[in-house]
Design a protein around this ligand. Sequence first.
Ligand code: ACM
Length: 539
Amino acid sequence: MATAGRSRLRTALAAGMLAAGTGAAALVAPPAANADPQAAKTSSMRDVVPAPVTVKPAADTTFTLTSGTKVFTSAGARDVGGYLAGILRRSTGYRLPVVDVPDDAPDRASAKGISLLLAGADPSVGDQGYQLDVTAKAVVIRAQRPAGLFAGVQTLRQLLPAEIESATVRKGPWVIGGGQIVDRPRLAYRGAMLDVARHFHPVETVLRYIDELALYKVNYLHLHLTDDQGWRIAIDSWPRLATYGGSTQVGGGVGGYYTKADYAAIVAYAESRYITVVPEVDMPGHVNAALASYAELSCDGKAPPLYTGIAVGFSSLCADKEITYKFIDDVLGELAALTPGPYLHVGGDEAHSTKPADYAAMMNRVQKIVADHGKSVLAWHQVVGATPLPSTVAQYWGTTPSSPEVAAAAKTGTKILLSPANKAYLDMKYDANTPLGLRWAGYVEVKDAYDWDPGAYINDVDASSVLGVEAPLWTETIVTLRDIEYMAVPRLPAIAELGWSPASSHDWTAFRTRLGSQGPRWTAQGINFYRSPQVPWAS
Ligand code: ACM
């Protein structure tokens, strides 16, 4: 894997943002050893983000994690148990052995310790939800599927003191308030997108971001793998896409690309966090890196130079050449083979250099190619200008609730993924002082990101047509992991809550308080978050 390290300074200078994102962001010193101010506080079940469906705290009941605590798991829950124990061991220093128990053992729920069980959950939790009971003797998470247990584990982390997230051993005590949570997501798809094309982001950065997404029960990671400035995934049948097309990035750095082994490692890591990767190869526009790599893909047969600026809409695949469709079939076939999830994202946005008739013909043929590889299409909402297949999902990135074309498509069965740019785009600046990001869709403070309803956002699109929400992070100005964190946190948790929590719980005043209680957790995890003045940060 090539990395972008050497290019960073140059890129930062090019973007006029030296010291941005690091200097101006909230740098937080690690807490002093032995001073565990958070550990003394019991976190409330009412502080969980995203807000659970039902929360019933039990006054005067607490469970304490001790050096003797065990993690009991039924067979299908062992991996989630190991994941939980791994997190808890770092900060507690306890052994926390993971012990197998049968799902139907009569004493399973009374075992002293933490039990993760694939039986006995309230039926309302469905495939992704969970039931969590905390008594003086035990913490019991029950779900119908491992994904539900994993979501319950994320909730349990938030019920422990913030220092539980520390990478080094802290003193405790590790007290959890008693009560019951029964929880399930509102929307099936709760996503984040990372643009690894404008600036290449190495595998380690993506894995860390996956862990941060998991905290808020995000279950899809969309990787924007190709654009004018770079092609970031090895394709064996068209090797120059990565080796040449991936050799630079915005600002002129060395770029980089994922080998197939790198990419498989990302997919597997995401899977271990119950996150499905959605790969995007953008077409018919945003293809300069591909055209630069293979002259035969251009209508005029000439390869353009590599591109390191941030303009859009100037490149197009050639509708009239049969090689275009061989290219698309080869690329999507190799990508489908790397993709256990149901979707291939084929872009379809900002095809300003493609004639509308060509656009529709190409996107129709692309949809058929994706179907032939056993996958469903996700595409930016301009795909409704072609003829969406019944399985095609349109991702709305407009900035107003008015989109008659999208509403018409929804009426004929197209499912909609909501990413309105003026609400959900994590690359928009928070305000005029934000050192990173763009502002073409306006400033997006935390309240803007939170205060809308994905089920009722687009005029004349019924909630039943909404598959979910996604928070995209474009990276024209975003170079490092710290930059990613600064733009994503705390807006990503806001979008994640819109996707998970019931519409009836939507309340900015309550949300900002719950969000403020996450601050010490992010500090303990070393996350470089933006301390929005709109949020009452807990200390
Ligand atoms: C987009 O922001 N061009 C989808």
